[in-house]
Ligand binder design. Structure first.
Ligand code: PEP
Length: 258
């Protein structure tokens, strides 16, 4: 088991909120609560257009910022894209890659792999998102997860693993109520499987140092159980991260769980 020094709590704001003023308000509340934590590092991934301002105003020792995606080229004729270096330049430290909502728009494992290399080269820490669309009794979803992981990491050296986090997000559990989240037991089983794939590829020591997160319908009522019994090193939270009360409770609950 990876040594637990802290939990990660990622907020994926997706395409919210509509206004910069609201983004400032949410980040300000999150900063106050995050700074009260001793065991949790919170990372907010807002829409890219808000990132520079929020990271400049609200970063702290317990609150960092990241992007929801980046491109694999540094510059050029790529309308609408954002380079990894641009994220670091405005104090973003993390990037989510391979989120299922990006994959649903056509992103392939190969594209994720190229983005991952570019992001690591720019000095970002990458949260590589993987997750099956559905579970089947025969366990084909495990081969699917392994494929996503192996393709994204193809050719990546062990030395680069220090800036890798894997987020396991079963697609069927995303965006619903707490009762739809995966059971902590299944989270644990799947995180062991992910760890096994990493171990086969990189050896015991390097594999065990990679934090694994769970995401999918995380709420105040299931956060502690998911991390403790699921034996993951943190959570990736979608819609509840836009509810300041719920997100504050998730933070406090994680902080008390370690
Ligand atoms: C997500 O989309 O990354 C996610 C975890 O969403 P939610 O918490 O809304 O299920």
């Amino acid at each position: 088991m990876a040594e637990r020094k802290q939990y990660y709590l990622f907020a994926n704001w997706k395409l919210h909120p509509a206004r910069l003023a609201e983004a400032r308000m949410l980040a300000g509340i999150a900063k106050k609560r995050a700074n009260r934590c001793t065991q949790v590092l919170t990372v907010i991934c807002p829409p890219a257009i808000f990132l520079a301002e929020l990271a400049a105003r609200y970063s702290s020792h317990r609150l960092s910022f990241g992007a929801q995606d980046c491109f694999f080229e540094e510059r050029g004729a790529f309308t609408g894209e954002i380079a990894a270096q641009m994220i670091t330049d405005v104090r973003g430290q993390y990037v989510l890659l391979g989120h299922s909502e990006r994959r649903a728009l056509g992103e392939t494992d190969e594209t994720v792999a190229k983005k991952l290399r570019a992001a690591l080269a720019a000095g970002l820490t990458v949260v590589l998102c993987i997750g099956e669309r559905e579970r089947d009794e025969e366990g084909r979803y495990l081969a699917f997860l392994e494929g996503e992981l192996r393709t994204a990491l193809a050719g990546l050296s062990r030395q680069k693993l220090g800036k890798l986090i894997v987020a396991y997000e079963p697609i069927w559990a995303i965006g619903k109520g707490a009762e739809s989240a995966m059971s902590a037991h299944e989270v644990h089983e799947t995180s062991l499987f992910i760890r096994k794939v990493l171990r086969e590829r990189y050896g015991e020591k390097a594999a065990f140092a990679v934090p694994i997160l769970y995401g999918g319908s995380v709420a105040p009522e299931n956060a502690a159980t998911l991390v403790r019994d699921g034996e993951v090193q943190g959570l990736l939270v979608g819609h509840k991260s836009l509810d300041p009360r719920a997100f504050g409770e998730i933070m406090a609950t994680l902080d008390a769980s370690l």
